[in-house]
Ligand binder design. Sequence first.
Ligand code: SD4
Length: 328
Amino acid sequence: MQRRKFIKRSLQGGVALSLGATIIACTESSKKETVMTGTHSPIAICTWGFTKANEVAGIALKNGDNALEAAIKGVAVEEENLKNTTVGKGGAPDREGNVTLDACVMNSNGDAGSVVCVENITNVAALARIVMEKTPHVMLAGDGAEELAYKHGFQKENLLTENSEKAYREWLKTSEYKPIINIENHDTIGMLCMDHNGDIAGACTTSGLSYKMKGRVGDSPIIGSGLFIDNEIGGAAATGMGEEIMKTVGSFLIVELMRQGKTPQQACEEAVRRVVDKNPNHKNFQVAYIAMDKKGNTGSYSIHPGFAMMEYKEEINTRKESKAALDS
Ligand code: SD4
């Protein structure tokens, strides 16, 4: 009996020591108790200069959200940003004038959820989480995804803002379809988060290419292309010309390269190199990656200069300019 008590006490002591400060936070609104048991300093990274989105994710992690919750909160900032014409509400429409969104999420257990070609719903990354957690499937498209959203309390919204409609009407005058992204002006947000427990999860959300063909789906909601997480190794996310990212299964490739021992930076460079080597046309489009490994090392790389990654580390949110294959 005595011995058992001793072991129990020692274990408790050991756990308390190894965990450092165990913080118990209780949010009034959700009445949900969040127990932060880990000692890892949280990290959030995202594509492009989305300062606020990355900060929101970083602070959520700091306050005890798990990696998935934080990533979804972070990308929601851009989904709701009407000025961002490549994500969520305010996104540019397809050639018929309909805004259709793509998104996916992946958690640290390796579960994944994805929605493609969804109309009328702003927070599609949160919807992808519903697919992951509440259905037996990984991916839902169009009306099916939209119906699921309403069942779970999402609001029906008109995603075509006045400005996006104006730009679309302007585009209609020539209807010139060039599936080439302006290399300096992408806005798709891919985000990777590491929480207090050292667990990694991520989200990726977009309205895809402006004035795309009806039904076109890019890399962003495709697990392994726009996003991939293996919690034992790390994660990666992509932005840029989805067709090229999908053909090389870019995010999965990066995680596998990290598994083989490459740093996140080396892995991003190799994944971009694959696209460049295979495609003589690579000067006409952008592909960019971000990655994080299990130790919290991060990296990013792109074809064209001008890509940047936001990084929240040690409670500081920093913009990091990426190196590029075409850096002169
Ligand atoms: C797509 N990868 O649909 C997306 C586009 C993108 O910023 O990244 N835009 O192909």
